[in-house]
Design a protein around this ligand. Structure first.
Ligand code: NI
Length: 210
């Protein structure tokens, strides 16, 4: 799916948070978030988020596996630094999706800005070193000549376990919908095998069930 189209569909789908689970007292509706129960103290501050990040003008920059690896490296770095937890991801040719969560005192706008900035710098460096023309990434901005990512990433809060699984399944089906593979777990640059076969290849991932 084109990222814009799919982003809009996502936005519509999650405009209203999932149904609250009503427990015990019928006169009071309790918003019970099982994810928070699993994630203990951290969740008091941050809920998980579904995020879509798109290449500038939907340019298929991420087709190159070395560029995909730059993104992975950055996620590993942020995870090891205790800034984020990544529950699921997929890297497509012109966009990526994740379910992630900020940890401790780290605020999402800062972490996301660093992530985008760092990956953009490394991607541009790689393209330059290969002599690949950067013209398609040229922008009219005061502070930069080239831009890798579209400015408005789509961030959707994930409030319940039901929604988190919906997002994860959606993420894992991306390569199948794009006809890159037959089964979600056949695609290397996603967390599908981590969930399907307990594959530990992407060892920076955190399982939703803890
Ligand atoms: Ni997608």
């Amino acid at each position: 799916m084109t990222p814009t189209k799919e982003a809009h569909a996502e936005q519509r789908a999650t405009f209203f948070p999932s149904e609250p689970i009503v427990i015990s007292n019928p006169f009071r509706i309790l918003y019970f978030n099982p994810l928070c129960m699993t994630l203990k103290s951290q969740c008091a501050r941050h809920h998980a988020e579904f995020v879509t990040i798109t290449c500038l003008y939907c340019h298929p920059l991420l087709k190159d596996d070395r560029i995909k690896q730059i993104i992975i490296d950055s996620l590993i770095y942020l995870t090891k630094n205790g800034r984020i937890r990544v529950f699921a991801f997929v890297i497509m040719s012109n966009h990526l999706h994740m379910v992630w969560q900020m940890l401790g005192s780290h605020e999402r706008p800062n972490v996301q800005r660093d992530f985008l900035k760092y990956t953009a710098q490394r991607i541009l460096k790689l393209l330059k070193s290969e002599g690949i023309p950067l013209d398609p990434l040229e922008v009219c901005a005061k502070d930069r000549r080239y831009q890798v990512w579209e400015r408005n990433s789509l961030n959707i809060p994930v409030w319940s376990e039901w929604v988190i699984w919906q997002k994860i399944n959606y993420i894992h089906r991306n390569p199948v919908k794009a006809r890159l593979c037959e089964r979600p777990e056949d695609y290397h640059f996603s967390s599908a095998r981590f969930y399907q076969n307990c594959d530990k290849h992407w060892d920076f991932l955190t399982h939703v069930d803890g």
